[in-house]
Design a protein around this ligand. Structure first.
Ligand code: TRP
Length: 434
């Protein structure tokens, strides 16, 4: 039997889920470092301008498209013009490809949660991490465990699964983050870390920094793969898109800045080099935890926090495809979830072996892990964002009913969708693919 199309139980439930999607690894292991490297407060200023005035446009566009059509990616594009359905397929391809590497990292997080209480004797965390990710059994088992966790909530449905997951995990995430911020700020010389992040350095202001800020802002808002569109399609008539969009942006930005305040005072306090990505989270930070009072507990708290961030994002990635299969192929949610599980597993297993067994399997000189990261960030996400802006700007003339009632604001919104954002997306693709 086909279930009735679900809707969020409240606008708050939607905002929480969308924040859950937005706040992920991007906020914790990318944003603080990019900000520190690119001139601190100067970068933050540029970033704020971009995320509020530029990236809000595709965010609003995805929400308008989803709320107006009340459909998931395939039908949402198909309803506008059957030829555009291809962009729905791009979204699905992107969701499967992002899952394939994001979930591998999710698996690492689970492993580090479990191991947090036995870090004490380890001195070489670089070697520890490299050994772990090279082990085929561990990589596959933990990747599948993370995938399973995402599918579990999606399988249970929008209200009983996705909403519940976000209502439990996002507040806990916030509490853990604040506790860890306090721990970090109480360390000796914490101010050096704050200086790294915030001290304005105007000499770092370059055009490439603007593009980097733009790419980060789009990635962190989960724009360009239908996640926001899909979540928006469960909105009810009276839910406000504008208010939701800016709540998401504000919360995402606050969490990103707090993540930096959690990480860099600790990094500098222990005399480590600042960095980003896997090296920061799985090598530098565990090393610091072992040197701290109650380090095991801090480590456990940190990896649980990371797990919540990644899981609530992962859920939204998976939901894109599951929702599309339900709407377009009239599948039951359970069947769609199981098919998605199998599809992602098929791709994520080889990707999880990128650091060991399959490290020599490369595409364009990149390991599978790096390739899917690169191709989604630099090609698929900007392309999908361009498609959304094109559709909402030129074809769906409904934005005034959904976002801006004011005529001037509406025209400005359309102008941005039609001309300004497409140019920026093309720039991102051209510079990114070099
Ligand atoms: N926003 C997520 C982060 O900051 C990552 C992400 C990018 C994402 N695109 C997405 C998550 C689409 C869910 C859906 O880590």
């Amino acid at each position: 039997m086909i279930e009735k199309r679900p809707a969020w139980s409240s606008q708050f439930a939607f905002i929480l889920a969308a924040i859950g999607s937005a706040v992920g690894l991007g906020n914790i292991w990318r944003f603080p470092y990019i900000m520190g490297k690119n001139g601190g407060a100067v970068f933050l200023f540029v970033y704020l301008l971009l995320i509020f005035f530029i990236c809000s446009i595709p965010l609003l566009a995805e929400l308008v498209h989803g709320k107006y059509t009340q459909k998931s990616v395939l039908d949402a594009f198909g309803q506008v013009n059957s030829k555009l359905k291809i962009f729905g397929w791009f979204d699905i391809a992107t969701s499967v490809m992002i899952s394939s590497f994001y979930f591998v990292v999710g698996g690492w997080i689970i492993f580090y949660i479990l191991k947090s209480f036995s870090f004490s004797g380890i001195t070489d965390f670089g070697g520890y991490f490299n050994n772990f990710v090279a082990s085929p059994i561990y990589s596959v088992v933990f990747t599948i465990a993370f995938l399973f966790a995402c599918i579990f909530f999606v399988y249970r449905g929008v209200n009983k699964g996705i909403e519940v997951a976000n209502k439990i995990m996002m507040p806990l995430f916030g509490v853990l983050l604040i506790v860890l911020v306090c721990v970090s700020l109480s360390l000796p010389n914490a101010s050096v870390g704050l200086e790294f992040m915030f001290k304005p350095d105007f000499s770092k202001f370059t055009p490439s920094m603007i593009l980097e800020a733009l790419g980060q802002a789009l990635f962190t808002l989960s724009i360009g793969m239908g996640a926001i569109l899909t979540y928006g399609s469960y909105l009810k008539k009276d839910d406000s898109i504008l208010k939701s969009a800016y709540s998401i942006i504000i919360a995402d930005t606050i969490f990103a800045i707090l993540a930096g305040i959690m990480i860099f005072p600790a990094v500098f306090s222990f005399g480590m080099e600042p960095n980003s990505g896997a090296g920061l989270v799985f090598i530098t930070l565990p090393k610091i935890f072992t040197q701290m009072p109650f380090g095991n507990l801090v480590s456990f708290g940190f990896f649980v926090l990371l797990f919540f961030a990644a899981l609530t994002s992962g859920i939204s990635i998976v939901e894109v495809t599951v929702s599309a299969f339900i709407d377009t192929y009239k599948m039951s949610r359970h069947k769609a979830a199981i098919i998605m599980f199998l599809m992602v597993a098929l791709l994520a297993i080889p990707v999880s072996l990128s650091f060991g067994l399959l490290s020599s399997a490369t595409i364009f000189g990149k390991t599978l892990f790096d390739f899917f990261d690169y191709i989604t960030a630099n090609l698929f996400m900007p392309l999908n964002s361009l498609a959304i802006c094109f559709v909402v700007g030129w074809l769906l003339k409904v934005a005034n009913d959904y976002v801006f009632k004011n005529r001037f604001m509406h025209e400005l919104f359309l102008f941005m969708c039609r001309f300004v954002l497409p140019i920026l997306f093309v720039l991102l693709i051209v510079t990114g693919l070099r």
